[in-house]
Design a protein around this ligand. Structure first.
Ligand SMILES: C[S@@+](CC[C@H](N)C(=O)[O-])C[C@H]1O[C@@H](n2cnc3c(N)ncnc32)[C@H](O)[C@@H]1O
Length: 245
């Protein structure tokens, strides 16, 4: 039975596999996604930060240690929210167990909104982008990463759990729901083209400042073979967009 994002991460086996995988050396998150994210969100000092789909909130702890004024993580999975709450236990950061779709976004409350690899689980991003726009202060920044559209459109010819050798991109312009076998479970993800993301941000009123594909940088990898492999195909798409004054 296919699951929505938060339900998927609440599955006992999926949760355990995901947490284990994040501990491996040279994970794509650590070597590809995080360096770009950190580059795009600087400076952090004094910022009020909202994180949508915050997972274990490890980034929240780091951002507070680096001088963020506040950190609020929104997380729809009960298991993940519990881990995140522990991560922030002795800090001023807060975790709210709620979905990205149903949370009541306060007006002009945050200088920076981040969403790391969570928005491709959301069916309709039009109202979410509008809410994010309104929850940002003027000139506030929205930085998010998603699975790259060539990944969300290349399900064919690969068995989950095996080392992927080919990426067969198909039906690229057919956007919407894609059901994927991953981490031993079945999850609903939403495929969008690069153009879709651009227009979503534009329509909400954002000025797009940067677009990255997390091109591998040798210095972030311990294992040269993993580095070479990561040069084959982009895994992530990352946008930085600003609310005008
Ligand atoms: C791939 S994990 C990434 C976690 C974290 N952002 C990170 O980068 O380490 C995706 C997270 O988004 C959460 N998520 C997915 N869809 C969500 C939704 N609609 N509302 C709230 N959280 C959601 C999942 O529960 C999961 O914790």
């Amino acid at each position: 039975m296919e699951q929505t994002g938060p339900n998927f991460y609440d599955d006992e086996a999926v949760f355990a596999t995901y947490m284990r995988r994040r501990q491996r050396i040279d994970t794509p998150n650590d070597t590809l996604e995080k360096p770009v994210m950190m580059d795009l969100i600087r400076p952090i000092t004094g910022k009020h930060i909202l994180d949508l789909g915050c997972g274990d909130a490890a980034i929240g702890r780091e951002l507070l240690d680096r001088g963020a004024a506040s950190y609020t993580g929104i997380e729809g999975s009960h298991k993940m929210a519990a881990v995140a709450t522990k991560t922030l236990a002795d800090t001023d950061g807060q975790i709210i167990e709620q979905t990205i779709e149903n949370w009541m976004y306060p007006q002009a409350a945050f200088d920076l909104v981040i969403a790391r690899l969570s928005l491709h689980y959301v069916a309709d991003l039009v109202p979410i982008c509008t809410q994010i726009f309104h929850t940002l202060t003027p000139v506030g920044l929205f930085v998010f990463s998603v699975e790259h559209p060539v990944i969300t459109s290349s399900e064919a010819g690969w068995t989950s759990g095996t080392l992927r050798q080919d990426w067969i991109v198909d039906n690229y312009f057919t956007t919407g729901l894609r059901v994927t076998n991953w981490l031993g479970g079945t999850v609903q993800k939403y495929h969008r083209t690069v153009e879709n993301y651009f227009h979503l941000l534009n329509a909400a009123g954002f000025i797009i400042e940067d677009l990255r594909e997390a091109c591998p940088q040798r210095e972030h990898f311990q294992d040269v073979q993993i580095y070479e492999r990561r040069k084959r195909i982009p895994l992530f798409l990352i946008f930085a967009a600003r609310k005008p004054r």
